[in-house]
Design a protein around this ligand. Structure first.
Ligand code: SF4
Length: 449
């Protein structure tokens, strides 16, 4: 099921920092003045990004090594490009995460979610129970549910389709965003179907889009250590491309901050951009920082495995993704689930334009004995966006505006862009869409403090 199942940061509304306490992640010196002070190589890359030019692997990798004033200019550039590409709004979606089982026998080294089927805390929701949760979510205003589960050894081959039949007949108006590429790999193997056959069948039975999770790092050597390469880079790409070809949009993700580094990150971004150039099926990119708590990967090799990304790396990942993917994948999500809402709010001014989903996952977390909820209510989403100086709106899975919340925030970079040679937006995605919440929605049942 992929990186979605790591522990997450849990937040209850009472823990949120009051709106208004916000500092931009870069200084207010004009961008051209900043560029004139940098090493020419870095200034050249950032200038090219401002002009809408496509960055290559070497340029993307070089940006990950930026320090001090270079990082400041990188984040500032990403904020300008964010405004050019997506305007002065940031969004969120009301969605519910439903993990139908935490039983999994894949044994991914970074996972702290999957349990043995005989474990005392093993859980399984039958299709009618998933449908009941979807109905409850719909009644609370959710436009989407995100459904994923572990790879249960006893799962019948027809389970994935049966679940869709039950949910779509019970709640026909809700968008079903479901099944990671790992689950599609598993379902195809169990049912002896090709990816095209399985995905076409699932689409006909109500699947509307898929989370692009389980991507981790699209590098064979790293994947061998993370997952024994059970779902290979080639298979992840093949399943995603097949989904796009049968008309199922997907999100895209990366899990960073473990045994990986800048070269892997740059290659990963370029692979996603290349795929988008072929299919146009990605709706967003969601960086997901590795959370080391309780993961075998870290516990077994604490001297070799990092404890997740630094704050500096969170900023850089979102900023560089914005620059590398601009015109291809123009929705960049800051996952409050992984970074916490305070950090996610700041990242909205370093390249991101979406805060993901509200999650609405309280019943699951309570069942797991969590002391906090796994939900941010819509008014807090609005606060976290507005405090970043952006206009907020609730969107649906397809990024259509559902509810706007004020239009009083003015563009921040108009002055900086007047007279510049910034290129016009050139999105190759006809309509950026689909659940940014995807990856964030892969909520673990266990919750870390
Ligand atoms: S072990 Fe299972 S639940 Fe955990 S990440 Fe791997 S596939 Fe997903």
């Amino acid at each position: 099921m992929g990186n979605i199942l790591q522990n997450i940061t849990s937040v209850s509304p009472c823990e949120l920092t009051p709106a208004g306490d916000f500092t931009l992640p870069y200084s207010d010196t004009p961008i051209q003045s900043k560029l004139s002070q940098l090493r020419p190589a870095i200034a050249h890359i950032l200038q090219r990004a401002l002009e809408g030019k496509m960055l290559n692997h070497e340029e993307a990798e070089a940006l990950f090594y930026c320090q001090g004033p270079e990082t400041d200019a990188l984040l500032h550039t990403a904020d300008i490009v964010r405004e050019l590409r997506t305007g002065n709004d940031a969004s969120f979606v009301i969605t519910r995460n439903i993990n139908f089982t935490n039983v999994c026998h894949m044994g991914c080294q970074f996972c702290n979610f999957g349990v043995n089927k005989n474990a005392g805390d093993a859980e399984f929701l039958a299709p009618h129970q998933v449908a009941a949760r979807a109905k409850e979510a719909h009644a609370r205003g959710a436009t989407e549910i995100c459904v994923q589960g572990g790879l249960h050894p006893d799962l019948p081959a027809g389970f994935y389709g049966d679940l869709l039949d039950t949910v779509s007949s019970t709640v026909p108006d809700i968008h079903i965003h479901a099944y990671s590429p790992f689950e599609i790999w598993y379902g195809a193997m169990k049912g002896r179907k090709t990816y095209t056959e399985l995905l076409t069948d699932l689409k006909q039975r109500g699947l509307a889009s898929m989370p692009g999770t389980a991507a981790e790092i699209l590098d064979t050597e790293v994947r061998r250590k993370l997952t024994k390469n059970k779902l290979s880079t080639e298979n992840w790409l093949k399943i995603i491309e097949t989904a796009h070809n049968v008309g199922l949009p997907t999100t895209s993700t990366i899990m960073y901050g473990h045994i990986d580094g800048p070269s892997h990150w740059a290659a990963h971004l370029i692979l996603l951009r290349d795929m988008q150039a072929r299919t146009g099926g990605f709706t967003e990119f969601v960086p997901l920082g590795f959370i080391h708590n309780d993961s075998p990967l870290y516990k077994n090799n604490p001297s070799e495995v990092r404890t997740g990304p630094t704050a500096d790396e969170h900023f850089k990942m979102h900023a560089i993704a914005r620059l590398v993917l601009q015109g291809y994948i123009d929705n960049i999500q800051a996952s409050w689930v992984k970074m916490g809402p305070d950090m996610a709010s700041k990242v909205l001014r370093a390249g991101a334009n979406d805060l993901g989903g509200t999650l609405m996952n309280e019943s699951i977390s309570r069942a797991a004995g969590a002391s906090h909820g796994q939900e941010i209510v819509p008014r807090d989403m609005v606060n976290f966006i507005q405090r970043a100086g952006l206009n907020a709106h609730q969107r649906n899975t397809s990024y259509d505006v559902v509810t706007p919340y004020g239009r009083d925030k003015k563009p921040a970079h108009q002055e900086a862009l007047v007279g510049s040679e910034v290129a016009k937006p050139v999105s190759k995605t006809a309509k950026p869409a689909i659940s940014p919440f995807n990856a964030a929605s892969h909520i673990p049942v266990k919750v870390s403090a």
